[in-house]
Design a protein around this ligand. Structure first.
Ligand code: URA
Length: 247
């Protein structure tokens, strides 16, 4: 598990501290705090926003171990699961987490559609989410596409020049389309608009029937991470994710 950065000098909110320690979801933590079950340095604390630095936190009789500052995971997302916390969209990628992991505040850095498979990053680190998704970073993401229909003869050039999609105010950023024959292609994007690959392929005359993300930055989805599995991201993997030198 990559435990990046120690808790900032502002400390960690008490509800986040309990949740990061894997003892409760944020919501459950707030309930426990309200029910006077949590002590800070031996005194009951009913303030979920109280910042914890080096104080001792106890839940009932148990001392809560200081949580690792952040955890990052990579997942091989299967098709059929939504990248959402909203149970109404069930089944969710978060259903694949169990035990203490399910109670951590994991968020998705760069969502995939329900019907898209491939590399997904889950993290408690807002900075990592920002770095992976902020448009100014222009971090490349590669998609393997299966499509039906005939793409425009100048599809590669159109992707390079930018395509105006629906009501979007600006054309897409330059993207590299590589045609691989028999309804197969790869597309490297440096932005992340909703359903962008599907919409670009539609604008070019085709229809996506299979979509898989296999690369983010210089990080390639490992062959031995099977569909539905996840594993901690090590610091080397994190560095590769954030680099874009050779794409
Ligand atoms: N583009 C899409 O159309 N869908 C995804 O899931 C990701 C990129």
């Amino acid at each position: 598990m990559s435990a990046s950065k120690s808790t900032s000098s502002r400390g960690l909110r008490l509800d986040a501290y309990l949740s990061r320690a894997g003892l409760a979801s944020r919501r459950e933590a707030r309930i426990l705090i309200r029910k006077s079950q949590v002590c800070v340095d031996g005194e009951v604390c009913r303030d979920a926003a109280r910042r914890i630095h080096s104080e001792t936190v106890t839940l009932g009789e148990e001392t809560v171990e200081s949580p690792a500052a952040h955890v990052d995971f990579l997942m091989h997302k299967p098709i059929g699961l939504a990248c959402s916390h909203d149970q109404r969209e069930s089944p969710l990628v978060f259903d694949l987490l169990d035990g203490a992991l399910a109670r951590r505040d994991l968020e998705i850095a760069g969502r995939l559609d329900r019907e898209t498979s491939g590399l997904l990053i889950l993290t408690t680190d807002g900075d990592l989410i920002h770095q992976l998704t902020h448009p100014t970073r222009k971090l490349p993401k590669r998609y393997r596409i299966q499509y039906k229909g005939e793409l425009a003869v100048d599809a590669v050039e159109q992707c390079q020049a930018g395509i105006l999609l629906g009501n979007d105010p600006r054309p897409t950023r330059p993207a590299e389309l590589e045609l691989q024959g028999a309804g197969k292609a790869t597309l490297v994007l440096r932005e992340g608009r909703t359903h962008q690959v599907r919409r670009m392929i539609r604008a070019l005359g085709g229809e996506v029937v299979g979509l898989h993300r296999d690369r983010v930055g210089n990080f390639i989805l490992p062959d031995d991470l099977l569909s539905g599995d996840l594993r901690p991201l090590d610091p080397g993997g994190r560095a590769l994710l954030l680099s874009d030198k050779s794409l």
